[in-house]
Write a protein that binds this ligand. Structure first.
Ligand SMILES: Cc1cc2nc3c(=O)[nH]c(=O)nc-3n(C[C@H](O)[C@H](O)[C@H](O)COP(=O)(O)OP(=O)(O)OC[C@H]3O[C@@H](n4cnc5c(N)ncnc54)[C@H](O)[C@@H]3O)c2cc1C
Length: 401
């Protein structure tokens, strides 16, 4: 009997399956993922799972029993190879053809790869999947030095774990500052100093041009210098997994195009998570996001709407990153602001930067200030006085209008 098929078994897919049952759906749910694991959280992969603080059991989103108890057919290690929209079926690499009434595509994204001389040498890693981290951890156990290509969140989180574990760490960043794509100059400078104070060597405006080594990588080439490295992590961004949708003739443009109900150009096919390009009614533009809150909320929206609901996905994007003992929480996009207001003390490693546009809060980056962050999220979109915002003696809550 045909029911709902979910392609992918990651963050969005796992949530969608759970939400469908919570919404009272009693039909067939088939969750098909090409990794050999039940849905798990990726954020710990570059943080507590890499450092060994979290065991694998704590990384799974829900225990295997959850899917059994709710009669969710979880097929791990199975890849969906095509979608036939005419006949409303999908095919898999283990020979199944399965019919659907509604289909949800949650295929996520994959690391952008470096194609330069030596880039296929053993010892060069990408970090997306649980088994990538198992290989990285094995290598880290015997390595003395690591070179990280890319000064984005994943690269910096790995640097924090590696330098804390006693490795010599180099980061190569092509742009003139780390985190260039995601934050302002002051925040980049704060994180640059944080890492260099802990012993990480950061090389900005430095492009990696190749790798050298015999049986495995032993050095990284960049313009005029060679950096010795027992292992390499490449973290230079991701690409959305849209090929399956494209081949099925669904509209795609930097992601699978969905409306604010997570519906694709086919009314029986929905999509959620990293692979989507979706409208954000609050920001008034389309976005492709790489974040857990987005994957979870789009999953809930898709589940409700596949069952005939009328749920709109409209949320201000937010994200977090853990480096050393610092928790960074961000809401909105700092690049939308015309003024930055600092509250708190960066020297004390506890502060927040508010970004205003025409006097209204459009983004906040909060470091080690979770309580303030909660209030800051409520201030989003509100007109505030910049001097009051900067004054830590004034209770943030009193600024909510
Ligand atoms: C190391 C790391 C750290 C991160 N840290 C943070 C963080 O601190 N905060 C935050 O908000 N976000 C973080 N993210 C991003 C966050 O994890 C992603 O945004 C989230 O996982 C997206 O969920 P998803 O379900 O869209 O995709 P995924 O979780 O990637 O799941 C997609 C799944 O579909 C599978 N798949 C693809 N094609 C097929 C197919 N044809 N057939 C079957 N299966 C298929 C994929 O293999 C994958 O298992 C991090 C990501 C990484 C990699």
């Amino acid at each position: 009997m045909s029911g709902i098929i979910i392609i992918g078994a990651g963050q969005a897919a796992g949530q969608a399956a759970a939400s469908l049952r919570q919404e009272g759906y009693e039909g067939t749910i088939t969750l098909i993922g090409d990794e050999s694991f039940a849905p798990y959280q990726r954020p710990p992969l570059s943080k507590q799972y890499l450092s060994g603080e979290l065991s694998i059991d704590r990384v799974y989103i829900r225990p295997a029993k959850f899917y059994e108890d709710r009669n969710i057919d979880l097929q791990s290690g199975v890849r969906v190879t095509s979608i036939d929209r005419q006949n409303k079926t999908i095919s898999t690499d283990n020979g199944q053809t399965l019919a659907y009434q509604k289909l949800l595509i949650c295929t996520g994204s994959r690391p952008r790869e470096l194609n330069i001389p030596g880039s296929d040498l053993p010892g060069i890693h990408y970090l997306r999947r649980l088994d990538d981290v198992d290989r990285i951890r094995d290598d880290m156990a015997s390595a003395n030095s690591i070179c990280i290509i890319g000064g984005g969140y994943i690269g910096l989180e790995v640097a924090a774990v590696a330098v804390t574990a006693g490795l010599s760490v180099n980061i190569l960043e092509m742009e003139s500052r780390i985190l260039q794509r995601v934050t302002n100059e002051q925040m980049s400078a704060f994180y640059h100093r944080l890492h260099t104070d802990r012993g990480v060597n950061i090389h900005t405006s430095t492009a990696c041009t190749g790798f050298k080594g015999d049986a495995r990588v032993n050095s990284v080439l960049c313009q005029d210098q060679t950096i010795a490295a027992d292992m390499v992590i490449v973290g230079i961004g991701i690409l959305p997994n849209i090929e399956l949708a494209q081949q099925a003739g669904l509209e795609c443009d930097n992601g699978i195009l969905v409306d604010d109900h997570c519906r694709t150009s086919d009314p029986d096919i929905f999509s959620a998570g990293d692979c989507t390009n979706h409208p954000n009614p609050i920001l008034g533009r389309r976005l492709r996001l790489e974040s857990v809150p987005n994957a979870m909320e789009q999953a809930r929206t898709s589940a409700a709407n596949m069952l005939g609901g009328d749920k709109t996905y409209a949320a201000v994007p937010w994200f977090w990153s853990d480096q050393y003992e610092l928790k960074l929480q961000m809401v909105g996009f700092s690049s939308d602001g015309d003024t930055a207001v600092l509250r708190g003390d960066p020297e004390a490693l506890q502060f927040a930067t508010f970004y205003l546009k025409d006097g209204k809060v459009v983004a906040v980056d909060a470091v080690n200030s979770p309580k303030e962050f909660m209030v800051a999220k409520r201030l989003y979109g509100m007109q505030v006085n910049a001097d009051s915002l900067a004054d830590s003696a004034i209770d943030l809550k009193s600024l909510i209008s």
